[in-house]
Design a protein around this ligand. Structure first.
Ligand SMILES: Cc1cc2nc3c(=O)[nH]c(=O)nc-3n(C[C@H](O)[C@H](O)[C@H](O)COP(=O)(O)OP(=O)(O)OC[C@H]3O[C@@H](n4cnc5c(N)ncnc54)[C@H](O)[C@@H]3O)c2cc1C
Length: 475
């Protein structure tokens, strides 16, 4: 039986190949001063910089890698079709600003069609089996929602019903690794329950990395310029890089929670323990993509089909077939299994993908593989993982990360209470931090009287309605 996308979505919740992007960089020496300096040119950093520019203030973005996008990274060199090595899907079309921005940037977007399927060995699940699985997911998600209303935050694994039978491994994968990058034992029930539903999957044909690069095309930024040292107080801040020093009245820091907690940027005085510990409690899960070129559609799948399997363990994966109608298929691995696999390197990841496809579709699929490429986000030095999720007890850390630290403001997906782990959450957090920084330097008052170009429309999210249905699995 084929689950409808609605069923499926409601029911579940390295930088190896640099993309061929025309990212803009400073050829000239770094400016020595700015009103606000932004660290990181991912979605949050570009959103922050655009907001500051809209307020007619001087901004400079320093980015450690050679391209704009961060965890939105489109590889246009390896395959004929753009391969999103990081984020691919835009959810919640009614509120997601990325969809409007993609259209405005002249990029093509389309919703993945219905047609998600569950494999049980070499066959598809029958109607009754799919219903059993959906019921298992509903029970598991309801237990997590109920637990999240308790006084103490607990792990999702501790409350998920034990008797999910043949579907226990699949439910664990769909609700845990595939949604958050971590196994349910490492995921806070409160954080999971607060995550906003991700109720549609819309792709940008040119890639989400391409989108963020386009959105950052007019932003003053310096690529390949890691911030090494930030000297701060309540009035101003100095950011030191190998290319020089920038003095500013405020800084917005968008690096991932793992980069922050690793201490890779030195702060003087030290980053307060409160924020440092909060970043550590929001560590990144492991989520990687193994792309395979599979010409001739040997699995007989349709464009953008999503396949999961009945599994009794976490050694499982998620298949996106025939991306945008091409011969590119992507197998996502995540959680502790995905972390161990990616530690073994790309050949081991490709070997797993082939073995998994053979198990589910036979050897024809495996022998059709022409080219492979795999991401290894845990070893990408300026990301150090995929997406944040709170450890049990760690959900309040998200709010802590939004507190100002002198004239520094943290942004990035980990600082979003309901859209963590998403591009739109990162974007929203960048706009929020920019407004806080502009207020700190007195620029929002000025902006009202100076009548500059209108700021980008700021969308606010309603607290997600609690639903008995589980959350989307698609990242
Ligand atoms: C494999 C994968 C799949 C995903 N799938 C989806 C999806 O389908 N849909 C979705 O919505 N989200 C998805 N996500 C999550 C999404 O990619 C992130 O939530 C989002 O891109 C994070 O943006 P950010 O700006 O917060 O952080 P980042 O993108 O990490 O940006 C931070 C930037 O800071 C830079 N930096 C780090 N250290 C320094 C330094 N010292 N100096 C200067 N710069 C520095 C980094 O290079 C980076 O460019 C996925 C993530 C991964 C990894």
């Amino acid at each position: 039986m084929t689950m409808t996308r609605r069923d499926f979505l409601s029911a579940s919740a390295a930088i190896a190949a640099a993309p061929a992007l025309g990212a803009q960089a400073f050829a000239a020496p770094l400016p020595r001063e700015a009103d606000i300096v932004v660290i990181g040119a991912g979605a949050a950093g570009i959103a922050a910089a655009r907001r500051i520019m809209a307020a007619n203030r001087k901004v400079i973005v320093v980015e450690a890698t050679g391209q704009i996008g961060g965890r939105c990274l489109t590889d246009t060199a390896t395959f004929e079709t753009p391969f999103d090595r990081g984020a691919r899907w835009m959810h919640n079309p009614d509120t997601n600003p990325m969809i409007r921005l993609a259209r405005g940037a002249g990029l093509d977007i389309s919703a993945a069609p219905l047609g998600q399927k569950i494999r049980i060995g070499r066959r598809y699940a029958r109607a009754g089996e799919t219903e059993e699985f959906l019921a298992a997911l509903v029970r598991a998600n309801r237990a997590i929602d109920d637990a999240s209303r308790g006084k103490a935050d607990v792990s999702c694994a501790s409350v998920v019903p034990k008797e999910l039978g043949d579907w226990a491994g699949t439910a664990e994968f769909v609700l845990g690794a595939s949604f958050t990058g971590k196994d349910l034992k490492d995921v806070s029930a409160m954080d999971k329950a607060r995550a906003q539903d991700r109720n549609a999957a819309i792709a940008c044909h040119q890639g989400l990395g391409t989108l963020i690069a386009k959105l950052g095309a007019d932003v003053p930024l310096s690529l390949s310029t890691p911030a090494n040292h930030i000297v701060w107080n309540g009035r101003d801040v100095t950011v030191e890089t190998q290319a020089g020093r920038i003095a500013a009245r405020a800084a917005i820091i968008t690096v991932s929670s793992n980069v922050l907690a690793a201490g890779n940027i030195k702060f003087t005085p030290d980053l307060p323990k409160r924020q440092f510990d909060a970043a550590a409690r929001l560590s990144l899960g492991s989520y990687d993509r193994i792309a395979l070129q599979l010409p001739g559609n040997p699995m007989g799948l349709s464009r953008d089909d999503v396949i999961i399997e009945q599994s009794n363990s976490t050694r499982t994966a998620l298949l996106f077939a025939d991306l945008s109608g091409s011969s590119l298929c992507v197998i996502d691995v995540a959680g502790s299994f995905g972390r161990d696999l990616s530690n073994q390197g790309e050949p081991a990841m490709a070997a797993f993908a082939v073995e998994w496809l053979t198990k589910l579709f036979g050897s024809d699929a495996a022998s059709a593989v022409r080219k492979t490429s795999a991401t290894r986000w845990n070893s990408a030095p300026f990301a150090l993982g995929a997406m944040s999720v709170a450890a049990p007890g760690g959900q309040p850390s998200r709010k802590i990360l939004t507190e100002p630290i002198g004239c520094m403001f943290l942004a990035g997906e980990a600082t979003h209470e309901t859209l963590w782990g998403t591009v739109d959450g990162a974007w929203d957090s960048g706009e929020r931090a920019a407004e806080a920084a502009l207020r700190k330097i007195g620029a929002l008052r000025d902006e009202a009287t100076a009548a500059p170009a209108p700021p980008p429309k700021h969308h606010r999210r309603a607290t997600p309605a609690r639903t008995a249905m589980p959350r989307a699995p698609i990242n």
